[in-house]
Design a protein around this ligand. Structure first.
Ligand code: UD1
Ligand code: CA
Length: 474
């Protein structure tokens, strides 16, 4: 089988229109940088070499490249003298024979399938150059594909260099090309900077090859959204929604129920099993895994979480946590990093948890903060319980055993241990360990000062109400 010898990804551009402190190709869609999307598609062709031309914010881009594709070779283009110049520099790294792919780092919707088909056509035709083109509803800004009377590709003209007649052409250059290595190297020696931008245009090699009698073929992409490039944040959001639709479609075909695909955002990096239901307004990001039968949403965010089969997460924000099978989270729970919620457990309304484990079937139903705690099985944490884990300097751990009943409004001042089967009295401030089977009572004894209201608040409605009771009683 023919193999791609070199892939060149152009990513040196300044990305001025992003108005961003982050390099353009590092902006993210569906949990991956634009550059990473492109490299994923390119990797489906298994190129022998991959070279990424970097320039603007090149340190940042290069270190990201090392993380996501350590085998790809960064090529520094110190001055942006155009796409032709960028490709020339990439070729100078080392001689390559055979077939070369050139693509841009800012077209994240391009698929490996389209590249594979393009490669097959290029090889079959024995072409010197194959250009992926598209027919766009609004071709503004793109290079136009100029064909001759036989419908053959003649040249590519940039928007700024195009005549009025040429600007009316809706077939555009996607910026994705396959080249015969020798033909490309030869043509690149002939390009000039005689154009509106004073740059070396890669696109000029097409007319040069054509004049040399070489075979250059245009191939129209099936779905034009694949070649959309990102120059500003409006296009970033447009591409993100196309990607969201693509991901959601694939999930639904695989058996995931998505009630409102327009408001459901699932990252590439997440795994959602068949028979999961995603309710409106839900975001699943990072390395989240959701097992069969779970119901997520409405309006829930899961980042780097594992959700077991049949669990429910309602109106909640969860990060870096494991949620066991058939557990119930929410509405309005906040799981911060490091929680391990066991099967059948419950975390309820207005409960924040951090770095804590909750045993099987245990419940924290209402209005509580649980930080740095281990809670056993079958335990109930009463409403408004606070795990007081921070003394202003350091964090401390709380241990709560099995089948414990923590009374409402208990303060568990860490470090402290509550033994198996123990209780705490409502409203207690627990500063010492409670042994198994004991009840910890840590509150002042109540005293009633009789007739205080009648003496101190005479003439108020409260005093009148109290007087009526006293009157009828006497
Ligand atoms: C380019 C094409 C145009 C095509 C469009 C598709 C040229 C001359 N024009 O135009 O025909 O329709 O892409 O999106 O090629 N880059 C470098 N170094 C440079 C200049 C650019 O690495 O010196 C990179 C950019 O980072 C970007 C890509 O090349 O990833 C394309 O450059 P850009 O300036 O966006 O070209 P367009 O004007 O969009
Ligand atoms: Ca562009």
């Amino acid at each position: 089988m023919n193999r791609l010898d070199l892939a060149i990804v152009l990513a040196a551009g300044d990305g001025t229109r992003m108005k961003s402190t982050t390099a353009k190709v590092l902006h993210e869609i569906a949990g991956r940088s634009l550059l990473s999307h492109v490299l994923h598609a390119v990797s489906e062709l298994q190129p022998t070499h991959t070279r990424v031309v970097v320039g603007a914010q090149h340190e940042e881009v290069t270190s990201h490249l090392n993380e996501i594709a350590s085998k790809a070779h960064p090529v520094l283009q110190a001055e942006r003298n155009g796409t032709g110049h960028a490709v020339r520099l990439a070729l100078e790294v080392g001689a390559v024979d055979g077939t070369i792919l050139v693509t841009a780092g800012d077209t994240p919707l391009l698929t490996g399938l389209t590249l594979t088909e393009l490669f097959a056509e290029h090889i079959k035709a024995g072409a010197a150059a194959t250009v992926l083109t598209a027919e766009l509803p609004d071709p503004f800004g793109y290079g136009r594909i100029i064909r001759d009377e036989n419908d053959e590709l003649l040249k590519i003209v940039e928007e700024r260099d195009a005549s009025e007649v040429e600007r009316d052409i809706v077939e555009i250059n996607s910026g994705v090309y396959l080249f015969d290595a020798k033909a490309l190297a030869a043509a690149l020696t002939k390009i000039t900077t005689a154009n509106a931008q004073g740059e070396e245009y890669l696109t000029d090699v097409i007319a040069i090859m054509k004049a040399d009698g070489a075979k250059v073929i245009p191939i129209v992409v099936n779905n034009f959204t694949e070649i959309l490039g990102i120059n500003d944040r409006s296009q970033l959001s447009e591409c993100a929604s196309f990607m969201r639709d693509r991901i959601n479609h694939a999930l639904m075909v695989s058996g995931v129920s998505i009630i409102d695909p327009a408001t459901t955002w699932v990252d590439f990096t997440a795994e959602v099993a068949p028979n999961v239901t995603l309710l409106p307004g839900t975001s699943i990001s990072g390395h989240t895994v959701i097992e069969a039968g779970a119901v997520i949403g409405p309006r829930s965010t899961l980042t780097n979480c594992r959700v077991g089969a049949g669990a429910k997460v309602v109106e909640s924000h969860c990060a870096g946590s494991a949620i066991g099978a058939n557990a119930n989270i929410g509405p309005f729970s906040y799981l911060r990093d490091g929680n391990d919620i066991s099967a059948d457990a419950k975390v309820g309304a207005f409960v924040e948890m951090k770095n804590s484990s909750l045993g099987q079937g245990s419940k924290v139903p209402h209005l509580s903060y649980v930080g740095d705690a281990s809670i056993g099985t079958g335990t109930n944490i009463g409403a408004a319980t606070i795990f007081v884990n921070y003394d202003g300097v350091a964090k401390h751990h709380t241990e709560v055993g099995d089948y414990v009943r923590i009374g409402s409004d208990t303060m568990l001042v860490a470090p402290v241990t509550i033994g198996d089967g123990a209780y705490t009295a409502a409203g207690s401030v627990i500063t010492e360990d409670v042994p198994a089977g004991a009840i910890g009572v840590g509150r002042a004894k109540q005293r009633n000062i009789l007739d205080w209201v009648l003496r101190k608040r005479p003439g108020t409605k409260s005093a009148e109400a109290a007087k009526n009771v006293k009157g009828s009683a006497s």
